[in-house]
Design a protein around this ligand. Structure first.
Ligand code: ASN
Ligand code: ZN
Ligand code: CA
Length: 333
């Protein structure tokens, strides 16, 4: 018989020892989260199609904290999906990606030395590679939340994955990747405005992306310009990531959870932050009620202002901060 909502233990690659919600089937346990839409984590075991096999075992302990144990990255993926589910439910009142309580699923150990992770609309699933060389498994909290958020975007605004809307799609995944990481409050993987800092994708300890000053990665843009829609969506996300950082934390130098930031403004004017709790409400409301498949940066400004007006009023300090943060990334009046 199947018994939902068992309390397992994960020894993750990145997040230390965590509680995992699992399921018991007869004498074995498996990575099915009966508290979150039956989200399942599967082992592709280097395959690149299908679901592979559902992680199962005779005890309810998963992984040993190192990537050489195939259950460890599975524990990260299962945990990241649970956190992201809880974040959307508890912070934004959304019951799963489609708002209907049905979970996506996760697949780990995709391919051979695969240095990426991705969302797919066709399987309604998240997929994670193991990395290669210095690059670690792509299963950190922010990467998992980034990928699951692609599912949310696809099922709400539907931001087309090219041009400026593509940059906004990518930024939405980075924004909620960061906010879920803060929400997790995990001492082994503290919240920051860096994306993929644990992966070490370049082998020199730098993250994939920086939200306070996106150009620190060497490719992303800090501010809007007329050619922005012609560059890779992982770089045209820069101005919106920068907007979100400025709106949350304000311009200038700041240290949060031991990480130092220094966020510039393109107009040279300071921005006073309104805090992440309000900024994330604004972006979520804009994404789910204002943005469409063709929203560009000008439309993101209009949409976030409309959302802010509804949440806080058009005479509010929050409304002014949204105007100032967009001006600081060269968008709008
Ligand atoms: N990891 C990448 C992303 O989620 C995969 C891609 O380029 N679509 O953006
Ligand atoms: Zn992405
Ligand atoms: Ca991060």
């Amino acid at each position: 018989e199947w018994q939902a909502v068992q309390n397992g233990t994960g020894h993750t690659v990145y997040s230390g020892t965590v509680d995992l919600t699992t399921t018991r089937s007869g004498t074995s346990y498996n990575l099915t989260d009966g508290a979150r839409g039956n989200h399942k984590t599967y082992n592709l075991n280097r395959g690149t199609s299908g679901t592979g096999t559902l992680f199962s075992g005779s005890d309810d302990v998963w992984g040993n904290g190192t990537a050489s144990n195939l259950e460890s990255a599975a524990a990260d993926a299962h945990y990241g999906a649970a956190l992201t589910w809880d974040y959307y439910k508890n912070v934004h009142g959304r019951n799963g990606i489609r708002g209907n309580g049905v979970a996506a699923y996760s697949r780990v150990h995709y391919g051979n030395n695969y240095v990426n992770a991705f969302w797919s609309d066709s399987c309604f699933c998240m997929t994670y590679g193991d990395g290669s060389g210095n690059a670690n498994p792509l299963t950190s909290i922010d990467v998992a939340a980034h990928e699951m958020t692609h599912g949310l975007t696809s099922n709400t605004a539907g931001l087309r994955y090219s041009g400026e809307s593509g940059g906004l799609n990518e930024a939405t995944s980075d924004i909620f990747g960061a906010t879920v990481e803060f929400y997790a409050n995990n001492p082994s993987d503290v919240g920051d405005y860096l994306i993929g800092e644990e992966i070490n994708i370049r082998g020199n300890g730098t993250p994939l992306r920086y939200m306070d000053k996106p150009s620190k990665d060497g490719s992303s843009k800090d501010s809007w310009y007329s050619g922005l829609g012609s560059i890779d969506v992982h770089y045209s996300s820069g101005p919106a990531n920068h907007f979100f950082y400025l709106l949350s934390e304000g311009s200038g130098a700041k240290t949060i959870n031991g990480v130092s930031y220094n966020s510039p403004t393109s107009d040279g004017l300071p921005v006073t932050g309104i805090g992440r709790a309000k900024a994330e409400k604004i972006w979520f409301r804009a994404l789910t009620t204002k943005f469409t498949s063709t929203t560009n940066y000008a439309g993101a400004r209009t949409g976030t202002l409309a959302a802010t007006g509804e949440l806080y009023g058009t005479s509010s300090a929050e409304y002014k901060a949204v105007q100032n943060a967009w001006a600081a990334v060269n968008v709008g009046a």
